[in-house]
Design a binder for this molecule. Structure first.
Ligand code: ATP
Ligand code: MG
Length: 183
């Protein structure tokens, strides 16, 4: 699975619709302090199903919505779309009927957030599983936040194990086992 496009609309500082093409190979995001580099990575994390506002540096999930600036009013919703090139047909069966897979997450104030996959309503869990199984999950260490290297070094063994399990692509299995045990 290869990410090919990322679109943001009303997400944090990206108030105007912003479309980014993700080319093959290594992508660098450069710019001055505060220009939105971390916000971009958070948008990626969020559309992949992140549930913890703290991972978005917010107190609540609605903090990802553009909060307004001196010259512009706040927005009522935020939307992020991630297009995945699925020509290799590696997406799980439920998502695997097209060359491209577009996942959209939208959050509306006082309503909450919802996901769509190629235009169809989709459960958050299915989106999270899609990425967990692709071992690029929302909590995956393949998305390394600022300060996370230090956290990894200082982590207690159990926390470190979870990070390594995610890196190994078995966190989806772990989550399914946990759900089975609860039943
Ligand atoms: P650095 O190089 O310092 O790490 P950065 O490029 O990673 O900077 P970000 O942290 O992505 O920058 O962007 C911070 C900017 O995003 C700040 O100006 C902040 O006010 C703005 N911002 C964050 N959340 C929102 C929001 N909900 N609404 C509007 N602006 C926001
Ligand atoms: Mg940053």
């Amino acid at each position: 699975m290869r990410f090919s496009k990322l679109k943001l609309n009303g997400f944090k500082s990206f108030v105007d619709p912003t479309d980014l093409t993700i080319a093959d190979g290594l992508t660098g995001v450069v710019g001055p302090n505060g220009c939105g580099k971390s916000n971009l990575l958070e948008a990626l994390r969020w559309v992949m199903g992140e549930t913890r506002p703290k991972a978005m540096r917010g107190g609540g999930m609605e903090d990802v919505i553009f909060a307004g600036a001196s010259s512009r009013p706040a927005r009522n919703f935020a939307e992020v779309s991630l297009t995945i090139d699925n020509q290799d047909r590696l997406a799980p069966a439920a998502f695997n009927d097209q060359d491209q897979l577009e996942i959209i997450r939208r959050i509306t104030r006082d309503v909450g957030s919802a996901f769509k996959a190629n235009g169809k309503d989709t459960r958050a869990r299915d989106v999270q599983m899609l990425f967990a199984d692709a071992s690029t999950g929302a909590h995956s260490p393949s998305l390394v936040r600022q300060g996370q290297i230090a956290e990894l070094i200082n982590a207690k063994p159990k926390a470190r194990r979870r990070i390594l399990e995610e890196a190994a692509g078995i966190s989806g299995l772990y989550q399914r086992r946990h759900e089975a045990e609860l039943k």
